[in-house]
Design a protein around this ligand. Structure first.
Ligand SMILES: C[S@@+](CC[C@H](N)C(=O)[O-])C[C@H]1O[C@@H](n2cnc3c(N)ncnc32)[C@H](O)[C@@H]1O
Length: 245
């Protein structure tokens, strides 16, 4: 069973104010560029005109809020993202991680997507936004089918965001790789735990029989599921093993 916790408890346990962190690091022009049309509409509204409120707009998106709050909480040095797409999330992972952190982001090589369900035929360069906040130097793009990722000899990871192919076999393969590859304490986050993605749901329900998984209660936009591995050895606020009580 996946444990559901409230937004309030998530916020209290982590002690992270994502809006403030984003306002400090993300220039409003980059935010606008990254989130294009919806942002330009919202930006016309008076309350979204300042740097702080623009950053708050980014932070308010529920899935992004969960993922990036966990990132700020864990302060990982090695981050793995399965599924780069345009690199919007990669840009944020790079921006908000420690200066010495490194991000590896995996997607299929161009023109090798045929026959793979969920492989997005892109008319844009994969990872085109990675350097949007000027932190692209922290990112290594890995072009391969994630099922063959072991051949890349990547180092052990502290933080894995699994958002590649949502078909059951792929989610399982990506997750098993991440679980074998992590160094403790580590955070694993999966995207798209929703009814339209039965492969993700089925795999995460199975995995939750073997390890605690969490989801933050919220609106229909709350699709992140996460696991904290090895946090029982840390103290105080990081005693996630006993959380939620
Ligand atoms: C949901 S998108 C990733 C979105 C991105 N993480 C973000 O938050 O902006 C999924 C990506 O996974 C890639 N993908 C699909 N199958 C894959 C595979 N077998 N190996 C690597 N990447 C794959 C797709 O090409 C697509 O770009």
């Amino acid at each position: 069973m996946i444990r559901v916790i409230s937004k309030k408890e998530f916020r209290q346990k982590l002690g992270i104010d994502l809006g403030t962190e984003l306002a400090r690091h993300a220039p409003v022009e980059s935010v606008k560029e990254l989130y294009g049309a919806p942002f330009s509409y919202i930006h016309r509204l008076e309350k979204y005109k300042s740097q702080k409120s623009a950053a708050q707009y980014l932070a308010d998106h529920e899935d992004r809020w969960v993922l990036l709050s966990l990132l700020l909480f864990a302060r990982p040095e090695r981050i793995l993202e399965m599924g780069t797409e345009r690199g919007k999330m990669t840009a944020l992972l790079a921006l908000l991680s420690a200066p010495q952190a490194r991000v590896w982001t995996v997607d299929l090589p161009p023109r090798e997507t045929h026959g793979i369900q969920y492989a997005w035929e892109a008319d844009y360069p994969k990872g085109e936004h990675i350097n949007l906040f000027g932190a692209g130097h922290k990112v290594t793009q890995v072009f391969c089918d994630s099922r063959k990722i072991s051949a890349q000899n990547l180092p052990p990871m502290d933080f894995c965001f699994i958002d590649g192919n949502h078909d059951y076999d792929f989610v399982r393969a990506d997750s098993e790789y991440a679980l074998a590859q992590l160094r403790k304490p580590a955070v694993l986050v999966w995207h798209d735990y929703k009814s339209e993605e039965p492969g993700v749901r089925r795999y995460l329900h199975e995995l939750s029989q073997h390890m605690p998984l969490y989801r933050v209660a919220g609106s229909w936009m709350m699709w992140m599921v996460f696991a904290l591995v090895g946090y029982e050895h840390l103290n105080l606020r990081r005693q996630w093993l006993y959380w939620p009580r």
